[in-house]
Design a protein around this ligand. Structure first.
Ligand SMILES: Cc1cc2nc3c(=O)[nH]c(=O)nc-3n(C[C@H](O)[C@H](O)[C@H](O)COP(=O)(O)O)c2cc1C
Length: 331
């Protein structure tokens, strides 16, 4: 399949793995890129520019295909060393960055100076237009269904993607709730040039997370995610557990007066405990509603191959078969 995204990023299939805290290590990024998609190392997870440089080098040892690094711009006072992370990315020869969180405008000149293509992930058309104005090469449009931070507007992809198609001039991919060939075909139909997946990629053989995490997603249905930190406008979609229920109780009691301090003990330092140690009740961790569509733990290559072959069959057989006036070669 050739789309504007496969051409822009020089990849075989229009499938991207989004940056994921304590999941996006070299092993997963390389597996996705080797399978013909675009794998992404999560920058901030590595902790320091030096460690990010080492992770990029490790990934380079595992694949010679294009890879990306995710840079999540956090709205906090004590900012990570973003210039250092960008230098590590450029020195490591990585040519694609997925930005997320805050608007990337401030970082565009230095990224472009290094010949880096930028795909900005955001949850509203308004933010997408702003990033497009700042010169990003592509957008990842993250619907309300998504695992992680869906923003505060709550627009699901059935509306958000066609809205993006109506407004944007740069190519975009769908993100949030994507799992299989049906997701890909629906995304293409709504104007996207490919799709981004997070939660689905956690349930793969190569995802370097504790087995308990994969089993928790397999067990979960589409009813098992919750939105936390809504009162502080830092909404996160997480898989429910005892800690999540405690956070929601605090938020219910304090209402709009809830502050980060009120929930900090539950939400801080959770990811290594969940993802590396498999302590599933250590705190809230991001997970998409798409858990309801995930029933196996394939290799990344099997997952991507299956998506692409089913997408091919869906276009050739099901969709073409629906045409009253079929093209001659589809008869
Ligand atoms: C465990 C987990 C951690 C994530 N961490 C990040 C992150 O650090 N930065 C980021 O930009 N997105 C992060 N995301 C969002 C994903 O990159 C992706 O946009 C999202 O998972 C798409 O929704 P889906 O899970 O329904 O596929 C995370 C998602 C998950 C599930």
């Amino acid at each position: 399949m050739k789309t504007k995204i496969t051409e822009l990023f020089e990849i075989e299939h229009p499938i991207v793995q989004g940056g994921m805290h304590y999941v996006g290590f070299a092993e997963l990024a390389a597996a996705v890129s080797n399978a013909g998609g675009l794998g992404t190392i999560t920058g901030l997870t590595q902790g320091t520019p030096e460690k990010l440089a080492a992770e990029i080098e490790k990934c380079r040892g595992l694949t010679d295909k294009p890879i990306a690094v995710n840079l999540t711009f956090l709205p906090i006072v004590d900012k990570p060393d973003y210039p250092g992370f960008i230098k590590a990315i450029a020195d490591g020869g990585v040519k694609i960055v997925e930005t997320a969180g805050n608007n990337p405008t401030q970082w565009m000149p230095v990224l472009k100076e290094h010949g880096i293509k930028v795909i900005h992930k955001c949850t509203t058309v308004r933010h997408a237009l702003k990033a497009q104005g700042a010169g990003v090469d592509a957008l990842s449009i993250d619907g309300f269904e998504c695992g992680g931070h869906p923003g505060e507007d709550d627009i699901p992809n059935m509306i958000l993607l066609p809205r993006a198609a109506d407004e944007l001039t740069v190519p975009f991919i769908s993100s949030g709730g994507m799992a299989d060939a049906r997701s890909l075909i629906a995304s293409l139909a709504m104007g996207a040039e490919g799709m981004n997946m997070g939660t689905r990629f956690i349930c793969t053989k190569e995802a370097p997370v504790h087995e308990n995490v994969k089993q928790a997603i397999l067990k979960a249905t589409e009813l098992d995610t919750r939105l936390i930190m809504r009162p502080i406008r830092n909404t996160e979609r997480v898989l429910t557990n005892a800690s999540v229920e405690r956070v929601l109780k605090i938020e219910q009691e304090k209402g709009q007066d809830t502050s980060l301090q009120d929930v900090a003990a539950e939400v801080s330092g959770v990811y290594p405990k969940v993802m590396l140690d498999g302590d599933m009740d250590a705190g809230p961790w991001s997970c998409g509603m798409v858990a309801g569509l995930i029933h196996d733990i394939p290799s990344v290559k099997d997952l991507i191959d299956q998506i692409m072959s089913e997408a091919d069959a869906m276009i050739r057989d099901r969709l073409r078969g629906l045409l009253a006036d079929k093209p001659a070669d589809a008869a």
